[in-house]
Design a protein around this ligand. Structure first.
Ligand SMILES: [Zn+2]
Length: 258
């Protein structure tokens, strides 16, 4: 049955190894299937634990050279990609030397993941915006009633983002939907500004401290990102940057008031 097929792909989803279409299909199934969403949460928890709780030791000087001289001679690859490199090392588990090599490879992957985190999040919200548009599926809960959207999102997420009515300032509410961004369950509150769609993405922040507005432009979209009271926000739209900044300020004000 369909669930089995999707469930086999959950580890690949969690490891960010699926292409955009499969990622969309598997994530969409996981949002709606209790068993798969539980399994995905467990995978994500393990991933986070691996990232944050493992202790790392700096390799002693000369170790790389010793490993190099112990390995059979082979032309070095032109460009070493950490993820690919990690795999052959794991399959040779058993020898202490190779174990050490695998440890180094893992460290490279983990550190790489850290530095790329913010970028992946931004790409995630852009992908989501494009997916929603392609599938003509802006909302799971189409309503301009903030008192319907907010509880609908709160019931499905560990956070409760503000859903202010901003019609008077040029941003009528269109509805809400659920998504997975970078493996995280995410609330998407959808507004309009003229002919433009404005998506507000909100998920539980991994760091506590609030951050100021940060603006980015990518693939024709403007993005305003900030963190406030334990929630990470990204406002995304192809409307003008000034208008999006006004929108972000309205949301920040509403979040302060609620
Ligand atoms: Zn399922």
């Amino acid at each position: 049955m369909a669930c089995d097929r999707y469930r086999r792909l959950l580890p690949a989803l969690s490891d960010r190894e699926l292409g955009p279409l499969r990622r969309f299909l598997v994530a969409r199934h996981a949002i709606r299937c209790a068993a798969c969403s539980t399994e995905l949460e467990e995978l994500e928890a393990m991933r986070t634990a691996l990232r944050t709780r493992l202790t790392y030791h700096r390799a002693p000087p000369g170790l790389a050279a010793r490993i190099g001289s112990a390995l059979p001679r082979e032309a070095p690859p032109a460009e070493v990609e950490p993820r690919r490199w990690a795999r052959p090392a794991w399959t040779l588990a058993g020898s202490g030397l190779v174990g050490a090599l695998a440890g180094i490879a893992l460290t490279v992957v983990v550190l790489g993941g850290h530095s790329a985190g913010g970028d992946r999040e931004l790409q995630g919200v852009i992908d989501s915006q494009i997916r929603a548009r392609m599938a003509d599926h802006l909302t799971d809960m189409p309503t301009s009633d903030q008192h319907t959207v907010k509880p609908w999102l709160s019931a499905r997420l560990p956070i409760s983002p503000p859903v202010p009515e901003l019609k008077d300032v040029g941003f009528p509410l269109v509805g809400g939907r659920m998504d997975f961004i970078d493996g995280r369950p995410t609330a998407v509150v959808v507004y309009r500004h003229g002919k433009h769609v404005v998506n507000l993405y909100a998920w539980a922040a991994t760091a506590a401290a609030d951050t100021a507005f940060r603006t980015t432009r990518r693939q024709g979209f403007n993005i305003v990102s900030w963190r406030q009271s334990g929630i990470a926000y990204h406002a995304v739209s192809d409307c003008e940057a000034d208008a999006l900044m006004r929108f972000a300020q309205e949301i920040e004000r509403a979040a302060t008031g609620s």
